[in-house]
Design a protein around this ligand. Structure first.
Ligand code: FAD
Length: 404
């Protein structure tokens, strides 16, 4: 497909930057405008991201990532739980370990890496909120918060889990609260003894589990990225219809107190202390959601990243999936006869992939948070057999995502 089309991208985060890059690379004659409602550089969307190295290599070959993105190579994932006996080691009972070919990165660096790859001719508008999307016969109009409107031949919805573009395509299709949340933070590695950078740990507890791994933090130091998943009592549950993430500084005392109760009562002391190295004002919360848009394209509107499919973080594939969406778009562009054909091909390629990651992550979350096993009873063979059934889907989707 050739021609000077005008492409609007709503959302300028991981999916938005990757999507704009895809169009710029695949269609040098196209003009691309990115609308990002936040002002300035995004930095507070997430702390750590772990990416499967085989998936990273595919995206590097496709021209979206490269080795300049710093990261720590994990080789092994190690599982622990508190047995509650006087002989418990500080990290808890070692339940088992298995190969884990993931590299941990900082979310902020991944975003800057993608944004830095955008050629000059991509117009990136910050502080530009799209308030409504109006499909037209030849594309779509975007209405902006400043009262202006822009017309496009094609619009990429890269505007995350509460997407305005998706709402225009499928009114009322919204994320479904999964019944639990996570506290997140960056621990101070100078106060946490005994963790090499090449580490990836999971610690089971009675209402969920903790995931912890070092990352190269935005400050230049090494930090311990930790994510504690847990169900919470009804009085602390977020409103399932409207809840959004609570950024650092906005988490209530009641939720911080509950975190302290979970880590003191349920975690081995080593891990509780590691979490306590994060000041309360730096801890943030993300409610867990599932979302599968019925299609990833409708007319001239396409969905990329979380706007089309939100997977719980357990599959370690959300950001990766967003970049894969973009890479697929770049591959399909030259094959498509026109924009309508492109939309059909894109939906056929990416909807099954997105839905499959959501399903895998849901299955892991149900088994490891809402219906936890007796973690401390596991011996390594049983643990590994259980994990194998949980983390592999029949269609080839595995922990870390699906091959591109
Ligand atoms: C706890 C946790 C851990 C995770 N760990 C991993 C991991 O290890 N590996 C992995 O691959 N993924 C992981 N993920 C998932 C990953 O962070 C997301 O899937 C990914 O960031 C989604 O990117 P996105 O660009 O689609 O959406 P977002 O990052 O949400 O970006 C959407 C953008 O659109 C903008 N926007 C929204 N509405 C509008 C509008 N109306 N107008 C203009 N702009 C708008 C927003 O400001 C935002 O910048 C994790 C997620 C969580 C919650």
């Amino acid at each position: 497909m050739k021609g000077a089309v005008r492409v609007g991208v709503v959302g300028g985060s991981v999916a938005g930057c990757a999507g704009a890059l895809a169009v710029a690379e695949a269609a040098p004659e196209a003009s691309v405008v990115v609308f990002e409602r936040s002002a300035g550089i995004l930095h507070d969307r997430g702390a750590g991201i772990a990416i499967h190295r085989h998936r990273f290599a595919e995206l590097a070959a496709a021209g979206f990532l490269d080795a300049s993105l710093t990261g720590f190579r994990a080789e092994t994932r190690r599982w622990f739980a508190r047995e509650g006996t006087a002989e418990d080691p500080p990290m808890g009972k070692a339940l088992g370990s298995h190969p884990f070919p993931f590299t941990s990165h900082s979310w902020g660096e991944l975003y800057r890496h993608l944004r830095g790859r955008l050629p000059e001719r991509v117009d990136y508008w910050s502080d530009a909120q799209v308030t409504a999307v109006r499909p037209t016969a030849a594309g779509a109009d975007l209405l902006l918060a400043d009262g202006t409107a822009e017309s496009f031949d094609l619009v990429l919805g890269a505007d995350g889990y509460r997407s305005t573009v998706r709402e225009a395509m499928f009114p009322g299709v919204v994320p479904q609260y999964a019944g639990y949340l996570c506290w997140r933070g960056l621990g101070d590695m100078t106060r946490i003894a005994g963790l090499p950078e090449e580490s990836f740990f999971t610690v089971g507890h009675a209402t969920g589990h903790l995931v912890a791994y070092p990352i190269p933090a935005d400050t230049g130091d090494t930090a311990l990225n930790w994510v504690l998943f847990s169900t919470v009592p009804p009085e602390l549950s977020p409103d399932p219809t409207t809840a959004t993430s609570l950024p650092p500084g906005a988490v209530s005392e009641a939720l911080l107190d509950h975190l302290e109760t979970v880590i003191s009562d349920q975690l081995p002391p080593y891990w509780a202390e590691a979490i306590r190295t994060t000041p309360h004002e730096d801890i943030f919360i993300q409610p867990m959601y599932d979302l599968e848009a019925p299609a990833f394209a409708r007319g001239r509107l396409l969905l990329l990243g979380d706007s089309g499919a939100v997977s719980r973080p357990h599959a370690g594939a959300g950001a990766l999936k967003a970049v894969q969406d973009a890479a697929t778009l770049a591959t399909l562009w030259p094959q498509a006869t026109d924009l309508d054909d492109l939309a059909l091909r894109y939906d056929a390629a990416r909807r099954p992939a997105g839905h499959s990651v959501v399903a895998l992550a849901r299955r892991i979350g149900e088994a490891q948070v809402t219906n936890v096993p007796d973690w401390a009873a596991f011996e390594e063979p049983e643990l590994l057999a259980w994990l194998e059934t949980l983390t592999q889907a029949a269609d080839g989707t595995v922990m870390g995502g699906r091959p591109l």
